[in-house]
Design a protein around this ligand. Structure first.
Ligand code: CO
Length: 301
């Protein structure tokens, strides 16, 4: 045998050895899991995030409510927004991305995870979470089961519940039927933007003086403004259709800048009363996310 042949044979053995050890660790993972299974499924709550401390209290409310419904279950959080995470990191507050949070749960020995999207609609963020979380199920040594459950406005029944609950939960008691309620959703160029138009339709059917607009999608501000003027509305309550009253609520909706909805509607002769509350501050609305989470936990039993 010349030297080349010996090197080739050695290489062959080395590759076989690596392949064998990879297979062995693959088999080994079920025994690892037997131990970790005692921990039960963990919950990962995923939101866009907020850098506004007052808005964070709305997330604290969700946290408390989830822990009450699922006592003893490990509950962790992740922020999808890179910009928000970077901003908070500069203030010394560390928030994980969904991927990092899942990796940590995996390292801590959890084998099942319920991932609850705390978004309003199943848009880009939800689909990114879904795809990436499911990859943690496929990787070697990954989770046995990952269930990603839907955001708040994900079915006709859920939308009807929001239409039913929101006015009582978010609109100030002194509002009269002549006063309009303008809800500001985020909006997106994802297909699920259509949900906001569906919500406008449903709210209009329930109360013709409740309107839904969006910052970045449809219905637009102009759509809402035209409807308000046509109806001769004199006063409007402006409320975010978002989990928290964060940056969009403070600036795009109720800011003092000339291009906020408050400024533009005031300019159009409508008295504006902004309500700086996020939907996550209402226990009844948080329950809608929790119902989805309960479905997820059932799938993990
Ligand atoms: Co935005």
């Amino acid at each position: 045998m010349n030297r080349k042949t010996i090197v080739a044979i050695l290489c062959f053995f080395l590759v076989s050895l690596l392949a064998a050890s990879a297979m062995a660790s693959g088999h080994g993972h079920s025994t690892d899991h037997a131990k970790a299974d005692e921990k039960g499924p963990a919950i990962l709550l995923v939101t866009f995030g907020t850098s506004i401390p007052e808005a964070q209290t709305a997330f604290d409310n969700i946290d408390a409510q989830v822990k009450k419904v699922f006592p003893g279950v490990e509950v962790r959080w992740a922020y999808t927004s890179y910009i928000i995470r970077q901003k908070l990191a500069k203030e010394g507050k560390t928030w994980d991305s969904p991927e990092v949070a899942l990796a940590k749960l995996m390292d801590d020995g959890y084998t099942k995870v319920a991932v609850q999207s705390l978004h309003m609609i199943p848009g880009f963020e939800f689909h990114d979470i879904y795809v990436n979380a499911k990859m943690f199920e496929r990787m070697s040594g990954g989770f046995d089961k990952v269930f990603v459950s839907y955001p708040m406005l994900s079915s006709d029944a859920a939308m009807n519940k929001v239409v039913e609950i929101l006015p009582g939960a978010m609109v100030p008691k002194e509002r009269t039927p002549e006063d309009a309620v303008v809800l500001m959703g985020h909006g997106t160029h994802h297909t699920s933007d259509a949900i906001y138009s569906a919500m406008m339709y449903k709210f209009q059917n329930a109360d013709p003086n409740i309107y839904v607009g969006t910052v970045e999608g449809h219905p637009t501000y102009d759509d809402v403004k035209a409807m308000l003027l046509e109806k001769g509305v004199k006063k409007a309550y402006l409320i975010p259709l978002m989990s928290v009253a964060g940056d969009h609520a403070r600036n795009d909706l109720a800011g003092d800048e000339a291009d906020s909805w408050k400024s533009m509607l005031t300019q159009a002769g409508i008295e504006c009363v902004p309500v700086m509350k996020g939907l996550a501050e209402s226990d009844a609305l948080v329950d809608l996310w929790i119902e989805n989470l309960q479905t997820a936990m059932k799938h993990l039993q």
